[in-house]
Write a protein that binds this ligand. Structure first.
Ligand SMILES: [Zn+2]
Ligand SMILES: [Zn+2]
Length: 257
């Protein structure tokens, strides 16, 4: 029986995806020629920015004006993080395709709503969050770097992927809680000595732990300030709920929650 070399079918599929303008990746409807062929205008209009008011440091929505649970321990030079859209189910589907399914051209689509987030940071350099070497090999690209390059093209801001790298490999973050994520990430990144300000770029903000670890390495290596932008932000209803509980529950009872 004829056997194709390992990975051939997958590579051929990726080339096909590069060449053929398909239907909208969210709704499946055919897309008009003048629109971007990956996501239709209607589906993009449905993307929502994180709801105001947001924490002025980490950008997390804080509807009750309570003390932020995400950023009190962020290093002083990590000034702020912002995300363009909320990770609702449709956006989550697109991000999944971007990361795991070969649709690297989605970087161009994701970069557009991120441009307004850069208005205070024109003097900085865009630095993508590096992925583990094994993951990069499997996917053939680093999605954060694709995003940083696309953002560089539309904003005119320089991209410097070489300023940050992974010094150790980590286990997957997806099943870890916030504390375990922080422990898993301590000392993971190393940075080149450079005092220019940095804008970190990643696809999704979940707990901010990865960004904090990367920002710490860059600040230790002399970066004047670190900012961060992500395309999407995972909703954290639990964090909001526990913050609300903390404000009304006596400390001795908190353990029960
Ligand atoms: Zn659509
Ligand atoms: Zn915050």
């Amino acid at each position: 029986m004829l056997r194709w070399p390992a990975g051939w079918a997958e590579r051929a599929q990726r080339v096909e995806r590069w060449l053929l303008p398909g239907a909208c990746l969210t709704c499946g409807d055919p897309v008009a020629e003048q629109q971007d062929p990956l996501v239709c205008d209607l589906c993009r209009l449905r993307w929502r920015a994180p709801t105001a008011p947001i924490c002025h440091t980490c950008g997390e929505p804080s509807p009750m004006g309570l003390t932020c649970r995400i950023c009190p321990e962020w290093p002083a030079g990590f000034e702020w993080a912002r995300s363009a859209v909320v990770l609702d189910p449709a956006v989550r589907g697109l991000v999944h395709r971007f990361k795991y399914d070969g649709w690297r051209r989605l970087a161009e689509v994701f970069a557009l709503p991120m441009v307004p987030l850069l208005r205070e940071a024109a003097d900085a350099t865009l630095v993508p969050i590096p992925v583990a070497r094994r993951r990069r090999r499997e996917r053939g690209y680093n999605q954060a770097e694709e995003l940083a390059q696309a953002l560089g093209r539309v904003s005119g801001i320089a991209v410097a992927p070489g300023r940050l790298w992974r010094s150790t490999e980590t286990t997957s973050q997806t099943r870890l809680g916030p504390e375990a994520r922080r422990a898993n990430l301590a000392g993971v990144f190393s940075a080149a000595v450079d005092d220019r300000p940095v804008i970190l770029v990643d696809d999704v903000f979940t707990t901010g732990a990865t960004l904090v670890s990367a920002a710490s390495a860059l600040l230790d290596a002399g970066a004047a300030r670190v900012l961060a932008v992500t395309f999407a932000r995972a909703a954290a209803p639990l964090a909001g709920a526990t913050a609300a509980l903390d404000s009304v529950i006596h400390p001795t009872l908190r353990e029960a929650f």
